[in-house]
Write a protein that binds this ligand. Structure first.
Ligand SMILES: [Zn+2]
Length: 281
């Protein structure tokens, strides 16, 4: 958490307020908590971004990328509890960095906030960005994967399908929450070896990825019990209200109503599914 829908919501929330504006200030906020990883040092980032225009803000898998007119890319990876905000933060004590823009408009800064401080902020040169965010480190974006591409990546491995969905080198953007939701919609058992899926199941998987991620973006992502995830205006997402299986262990399956949702652990992460609807395990 945050996964593709949450990061996409963050990007959409800040884009029109940031693109085309010049950075007049980049600075570290006073925060007494465990520091967030930042590279290079703040002073070097300051020198490289001051007076530079933000050409575009985009999402790359679960990262927010600011493309600058200098060719550099400022990349924020929220990891567990990171947020990017235009407005009042959930609290001021976990504000990490501020980026302020020229001109006077409704919002003149974006803030990076991180409760646990596990997020990372990195300024890459164009070449470094190409390398770090390129195909050797990151698979294609989940929303751009075709059914044929799903077929190819599943065919190549006997790993359980749920574990494959989380591998960012195979496909970018899906995390633990949406993997369970996607497999429930696709009626595929999470432990089934990827290379045993038949063409009909590959098609169901490909369609479920699109359906679940787009639906979650429409609801502005999921704010779970800890309340951490917020959009750029510090509002909660609403997709948690329509989760089918995630953290619904013991509740009746929303599809069949016949069985309750169960939880298993795969690669140290919880998976939620319906043993009736997702039988091919
Ligand atoms: Zn069911």
């Amino acid at each position: 958490m945050p996964e593709l829908p949450e990061v996409e919501t963050m990007v959409r929330g800040i884009r029109s307020h940031v693109e085309g504006r010049k950075i007049v200030h980049f600075g570290k906020c006073r925060c007494r908590c465990r520091p967030m990883a930042i590279r290079p040092a703040v002073s070097r980032i300051q020198r490289r971004v001051k007076g530079i225009e933000v050409l575009a803000v985009k999402r790359v898998a679960k990262r927010i990328v600011f493309s600058l007119s200098s060719g550099d890319c400022l990349v924020f990876e929220p990891r567990m509890t990171g947020l990017i905000l235009l407005d009042d933060p959930p609290d001021r004590s976990h504000l990490r960095f501020e980026m302020r823009f020229s001109g006077r408009r409704e919002f003149n800064s974006v803030w990076i906030w991180d409760r646990r401080g596990l997020g990372t902020l990195t300024l890459f040169t164009a070449r470094e960005a190409e390398q770090k965010l390129g195909p050797t480190n990151l698979g294609p974006d989940a929303l751009l994967m075709t059914t044929a591409q799903w077929g190819e990546c599943c065919f190549r491995t006997a790993r359980p399908i749920k574990v494959l969905l989380l591998d960012q080198k195979v496909v970018g953007g899906i995390g633990n929450l949406y993997a369970s939701e996607i497999l429930h919609v696709a009626t595929i058992h999470p432990a089934v070896p990827a290379n045993t899926l038949n063409p009909r199941q590959i098609k169901l998987l490909s369609e479920a990825v699109q359906l679940v991620l787009k639906e979650a973006i429409k609801y502005e992502g999921s704010t779970l019990g800890d309340g951490t995830y917020r959009n750029a205006l510090n509002q909660s997402g609403r997709y948690q209200n329509v989760h089918r299986v995630y953290k619904r262990e013991g509740e009746p399956c929303p599809t069949c109503g016949a069985r309750s949702i169960c939880r298993i652990v795969q690669a140290q992460r919880s998976t939620f599914y319906c043993a009736n609807c997702q039988q091919n395990g």
